[in-house]
Write a protein that binds this ligand. Structure first.
Ligand code: SF4
Ligand code: SF4
Length: 501
């Protein structure tokens, strides 16, 4: 008799007084957690198959379902909690590395929630954003140190053209393959309507999306999947991915079952093969090597597109960012350890990297101290959840932020954290045609536009409350921030005072 060492994490609770046995939950669950029993004319469920994506709960016409966390537990043990015990059971069964997706779910401090914003009261009056103009536009890229004019009086540009954003938020790198065609279309259309950018990730650019090129950042990662001349030509900017917050120090992995015909053509890899990008770029072992790639990409794009270098937030991030600024890159993007992903080894996701709040503050300070802050823009990523996080990030020194998980939530993601399995019931992290169809890009793109419109209003309200009418005046303005419940060291790294100071 097989022994089940692992008790399901969640239980499906069905209210039989409400259930009309319409079988919608059975049809909608790609994990086959629900089943109709014809002889008894009733539904049943298998808790062990449920991943807690809440698709059935959302679709049930009679609200007959709820998913609850099980209260079944081990005897209390200060050293061994349920998570650690179950992980040992799983590895004893499979002999494999544990895989997860989305961001680090552990209970580390979230510094955004320990930082409070200022507001004007008597002097330096607040600004009413409904009645007075507010500037949320930002420009990303190296800033010219001096201005030279030609005989006609026009400025002769000395730097690569910048990326113009209507608000300081972009959609972060999510590859076609890890997410669906419809999810990509939603992001591309929303970025275009909003006047911001979305990012292809390391999966190449599907030919259907070349029309959104003016609002597309294309990625060049260690696997070079889907990188070719037209790909670079199509984009507004090019991002070199050196690291990712969810899995610093290791490469990417797209399971072969997600590599169908379209994904294989776009990535330029055989169908059904695992797409594994190496941990390092095999041509980069120093800042000089990075500089060569930066300038190769600039050369390939006629110096018309800014180059972004994306790194994971790690211990010596400030020194690394300083090197990147000197490598000729126009923008450095820092991805914190809470950043999402389609698939990552659990141990890496949960134990490697540092919070982006700390990394961002350290990078901004170092670049200012070295007098090179204007050489690059800084983009913060990995745990931006709402408009207040955006405002705090800008005040800590970011020119803009990337959002990934928040964008997926807008598309319907319920954070079940099983993207790596490829059976996303919300049509996002899947390539199964029947599941992809569940995400209507007309609806998806509108929800993303709505989310960003709401955040823009909130950003304007918070800035107005501080008596600030432009993002540029907020950038690096730490006087607008105070910490609560933080120790001296944390306050010093963040470069902010404590509440009451
Ligand atoms: S969707 Fe709701 S009403 Fe329909 S079978 Fe499932 S639990 Fe019952
Ligand atoms: S994208 Fe889909 S599979 Fe991934 S966490 Fe969200 S709901 Fe779950």
């Amino acid at each position: 008799m097989a022994v089940n060492y692992i008790y399901p994490e969640q239980e499906i609770v069905r209210n039989y007084d409400r259930c009309i046995a319409c079988r919608a939950c059975e049809r909608q669950c790609a994990n086959e957690a629900h089943e109709y029993l014809p002889e008894q004319k009733k539904m049943t469920s298998d808790d062990a198959k449920c991943v807690s994506c809440h698709r059935c709960v959302s679709i049930c016409p009679t609200r007959a379902l709820k998913i609850v966390r099980t209260d079944h537990d081990f005897r209390k043990n200060g050293s061994w909690d349920k998570k650690n015990i179950y992980e040992v059971y799983k590895q004893a069964e499979t002999g494999g590395v544990l895989l997860s997706s989305m961001g680090n779910p552990l209970d580390f401090p979230i510094y955004w929630d320990k930082i409070l914003l200022n507001a004007s009261q008597v002097t330096n009056p607040s600004i009413d954003p409904l009645r007075e103009p507010m500037e949320t536009r930002v420009f990303l890229g190296a800033k010219s140190q001096d201005v030279t004019r030609g005989a006609d009086g026009k400025i002769i540009p000395k730097t690569t053209p910048q990326l113009e954003l209507s608000l300081p938020v972009m959609f972060s790198a999510m590859s076609y393959g890890s997410i669906s065609y419809n999810a990509h279309e939603s992001l591309a259309r929303a970025a275009t309507e909003l006047g911001i950018y979305y990012n292809t990730g390391e999966g190449g650019l599907h030919e259907d999306f070349y029309v959104y090129g003016a609002n597309t950042i294309v990625q060049v990662a260690s696997g070079r999947f889907g990188v070719h001349r037209e790909y670079l030509d199509a984009a507004a900017g090019v991002e070199i991915k050196m690291g990712q917050g969810a899995k610093p120090g290791i490469g990417g992995h797209l399971p072969g079952k997600k590599v169908g015909a379209d994904v294989s053509r776009t990535r330029m890899i055989p169908m059904g093969t695992d797409a594994i990008s190496p941990a390092p770029h095999h041509d980069i072992y120093s800042i000089e090597d990075l500089r060569q790639l930066v300038f190769s990409l600039k050369e390939a794009t006629a110096y018309k597109k800014p180059v972004i270098v994306k790194i994971a937030a790690v211990h010596n991030v400030a020194a690394i960012a300083s090197g990147i600024a000197r490598s000729g890159a126009d923008i450095v993007s820092i991805d914190g350890f809470r950043g999402g992903t389609g698939a990552a080894p659990t141990r890496i996701r949960d134990n490697v990297g540092i919070p982006v709040e700390m990394a961002l503050a350290a990078v901004d300070k170092r670049l200012r101290d070295e007098g090179i802050r204007d050489r690059v823009s800084v983009v913060a990523a990995g745990s931006i959840r709402n408009a207040a996080d955006v405002v705090k990030a800008v005040a800590l020194g970011a020119d803009a932020v990337y959002i990934g998980t928040a964008a997926l939530l807008a598309l319907g993601c319920h954070l079940c954290r099983t993207c790596n399995v490829g059976k996303c019931n919300w049509g996002i992290a899947t390539q199964q045609p029947d599941l992809v169809k569940r995400l209507n890009p007309d609806v998806g793109y509108r929800r993303l536009v709505n989310l960003m419109t709401a955040w823009k209003h909130e950003i304007e309200e918070m800035m107005g409350g501080m008596g600030i009418n432009s993002i540029e005046s907020l950038k690096g303005n730490r006087l607008m921030l105070r910490g609560v419940g933080l120790n001296e060291k944390e306050l010093s790294i963040l470069g902010i005072g404590h509440a009451g100071e």
